[in-house]
Design a protein around this ligand. Structure first.
Ligand code: LLP
Length: 382
């Protein structure tokens, strides 16, 4: 999608808007298919990254699976046509009524997050159900601490000793079909080593228990380049991880979210005005942290590009901020940009994952509209 298309979107629909490049998502899916062509591989797209129905429809038509973490996500994917046997249920705190429904519907797998959850599930078993166990391998994913999930201090999953006890218990109950192990060590991971450590520890565990896993689910987490050149090297991943995956002889599932959708979207905003104080320059946008909270929450640095002619413009160093009554409402600090004029547009990049999905109504500023670019035309998303 080029900048003319983004300006056209801003002018046709008004700002702020999320604009999604759908052909990009198709490209990602093809890349993934090609990469894993020698495996029995399934993508279970992580709905939490972006639950937009037009995006989910693409995945539905491409016959992927989905990973959901709440009943809301479950209802959303059912609405766009995913049948229960294509849905994996994750989450560290599943409600009883919801577990009951997942069993009734016969989802692909309920991924148990704790021994306590196993006991809870036993109480609502009305028919046989496939289950997996989320193990926590105590691995440092080397990412922001808010999105690291594979250390023993994190609330997610169980250690291998607990997993062993759970498997013993599961195997005594004919209502359970134990299909495999699940592991998600974190998000925006840009090094292969943490994955290697995790998968090797799972391999030894499976060997020690003499387990034949139908499914090995390695979660998501593939990091993208947010503009600092740091990105998960997929060649390196293939070289180091694939030989171990082959030893499992299982269906391999990845629950990628960010890698599939993050680079597909832009948050297009209008410059309200440029404010000068005695110590700083602020570029004020009509979008803020309630539309994209990643900078405020994780110190994430998204690239911001001008959608106006920059030739012969003076460059300024400014904080790019929004209208929310919080000082954390800052997208970038001391960012160098050609000085915009009131009414011109900028695009914040790589916002397709955890962008709109994390938006809120705080300050009662309406959420942005979502616009899709299907390669030919711009449309308001349903
Ligand atoms: N599977 C499980 C069990 C997860 O918890 C997650 C993400 C994923 C898969 C997908 O991970 P991905 O491929 O997207 O990295 N809001 C944060 C990210 C939180 C991720 C939560 N879990 C952010 O904006 O960076």
């Amino acid at each position: 999608m080029d900048s003319h298309t983004l300006v056209e979107a801003a002018e046709s629909f008004g700002t702020p808007i999320y604009v999604y490049d759908l052909p990009f998502i198709h490209q990602r899916l093809s890349l993934l298919k090609e990469m894993f062509k020698d495996f029995d591989f399934r993508l279970a797209y992580a709905v939490k990254a972006n639950f937009n129905k037009d995006i989910l429809s693409i995945l539905e038509k491409e016959n992927t699976m989905v990973d959901v973490v709440s009943f809301g996500e479950y209802k959303q994917v059912r609405l766009v046509g995913f049948t229960p046997d294509r849905i994996i249920v994750n989450g560290n705190c599943k409600r009883k009524e919801e577990l009951e429904q997942y069993v009734k519907d016969g989802v692909f797998s309920i991924n148990l997050d704790s021994y306590e959850e196993l006991l809870r599930l036993e109480k609502v078993l009305s028919k046989p159900i496939r289950v997996s166990i989320r193990v926590n391998p105590d691995v440092d994913a080397k990412t922001h601490h808010h999105i690291a999930t594979g250390l023993k201090e994190n609330k997610f999953g169980v250690d291998f000793d607990t997993a062993a006890k759970m498997i013993e218990r599961i195997n005594t109950n004919k209502m359970f079909d134990f299909i495999g192990l699940h592991c998600h060590i974190g998000s925006q991971i840009t090094e292969v080593e943490p994955y290697l450590e995790a998968v090797v520890s799972i391999k030894y565990f499976a060997k020690s228990m003499n387990l034949k896993l139908k499914v090995l689910n390695l979660g998501g987490g593939w990091g993208i380049d947010y503009g600092n050149g740091k990105v998960l090297d997929l060649g390196d991943y293939k070289q180091k991880i694939f030989p171990i995956l082959k030893e499992f002889d299982s269906t391999i599932i990845l629950e990628l979210g960010r890698w599939i959708v993050a680079p597909s979207a832009y948050l297009v905003a209008r410059v309200e005005y440029v404010k000068r104080t005695s110590s700083k320059i602020f570029i004020m946008l009509d979008t803020g942290m309630t539309h994209l909270i990643r900078p405020a929450l994780y110190g994430a640095k998204h690239k911001i590009i001008p959608l106006y002619e920059t030739k012969n413009r003076k460059k300024i160093k400014a904080d790019i901020v929004g209208p929310i009554c919080e000082s954390a409402d800052t997208f970038r600090k001391s960012y160098t940009m050609a000085e915009p004029q009131e009414g011109e547009y900028v695009a914040i990049c790589d916002v397709g994952a955890y962008g709109y999905a994390m938006a809120s109504d705080y300050n009662l500023i309406p959420k942005p509209k979502e616009i899709i670019w299907n390669g030919k035309e711009l449309l308001r998303s349903s």
